[in-house]
Design a protein around this ligand. Structure first.
Ligand code: BEZ
Ligand code: FE
Length: 297
């Protein structure tokens, strides 16, 4: 005989919720069961609180379908949605609390533009072509553990948008993998690279998330930033971003990600005119090295 709990005929919201939760009782793994339990309760409470009608439910589901249809190997609209709703930053802040309590570096959003297979470059390389517009910038990176001991051999992917406001994969005028690189930390846990000073840019608004921002009468800008993801055996993977404190949108990031110690003053480079310098220290927590899935191929 099946051990499926008897559904009965839920006649009101409370007994419907009990019946739906009962169907989640045997879910495995346990963590999925916990998450689904909470999600079901919040969804039911949300529909009751807003007195959602069927037409509105259909509209919402249609929107989610469009998010899926707009996503693929070249674009990740689902990440954009979580970002503009502040969900990604909320999760990041929860992670940050744990990581920083141990002295680790504050994490930042990965965002939808990290690509698999960044070009491996030697320390000192320039990550962009000579015709990429913008002031020159030198970025020095040091990867350490929580005791400030260097982590030689750490792999660090870096990526940024062109000052024209686009990542290379969005822009026919940039060569493949422009403004992206993968570096290996030396025996001192260090490397440096040369680039152009990033500028702020709008997130993609040609899809359903753009329509959502329109309804909300919001701008689409992110303040200027560089992305980093550090991967080293025996340490938790850390994704972070460093923002330019002088950017006009520093206090109104469309994805709420320019927070805390991620906001930095980009220093003028005293050795060159119209050039900038930045030191980025990455302190990694020991733990399992689980590499996130790059949103783009
Ligand atoms: C980014 O920093 O690349 C990004 C993050 C969230 C949404 C869009 C872009
Ligand atoms: Fe970005």
């Amino acid at each position: 005989m099946s051990s499926t709990p008897h559904l009965g005929s839920p006649a009101d919201a409370a007994s419907l919720l009990v019946a739906v939760l009962a169907q989640n009782e045997r879910t495995q793994p346990e963590r999925l069961k916990t998450i689904l339990n909470s999600l079901i309760q919040h969804l039911h409470a949300f529909a009751q609180e807003t007195q959602l009608n069927y037409e509105e439910l259909e509209l919402g589901l249609q929107f989610l379908n469009e998010i899926g249809l707009a996503s693929g190997p070249k674009k990740n609209e689902a990440i954009l949605l979580a970002d503009v709703l502040g969900l990604s930053t909320l999760v990041q802040l929860q992670d940050a609390k744990r990581i920083m309590a141990h002295g680790g570096t504050e994490p930042g959003l990965i965002g939808p533009f990290w690509r698999a297979n960044h070009p491996q470059l030697p320390s000192g390389a320039k990550i962009c072509t000579a015709d990429t517009p913008g002031d020159l910038m030198t970025v020095r990176v040091r990867v350490m553990d929580l005791n400030k001991k260097s982590v030689p051999g750490a792999l660090v992917d870096v990526w940024q948008a062109s000052p024209s406001g686009l990542y290379e994969n969005q822009d026919d005028h940039q060569v493949d993998m422009n403004l992206r690189g993968r570096f290996t930390a030396d025996n001192h846990g260090e490397f440096f690279f040369r680039t152009v000073k990033p500028a702020g840019y709008p997130i993609p608004i040609d899809g359903p998330v753009g329509r959502l921002l329109d309804h909300q009468k919001r701008h689409a800008m992110r303040p200027a930033h560089l992305h980093f993801i550090a991967i080293a055996q025996g340490y938790r993977v850390l994704a972070t971003q460093i923002f330019d404190s002088q950017d006009p949108c520093i206090n109104s990031d469309v994805v709420f990600g320019a927070v805390g110690s991620l906001v930095r003053h980009f220093e003028p480079d005293p050795t060159q005119v119209n050039a900038w310098q930045l030191q980025v220290d990455i302190m990694l927590e020991p733990g399992e090295t689980r590499i996130p899935h790059p949103p783009l191929s």
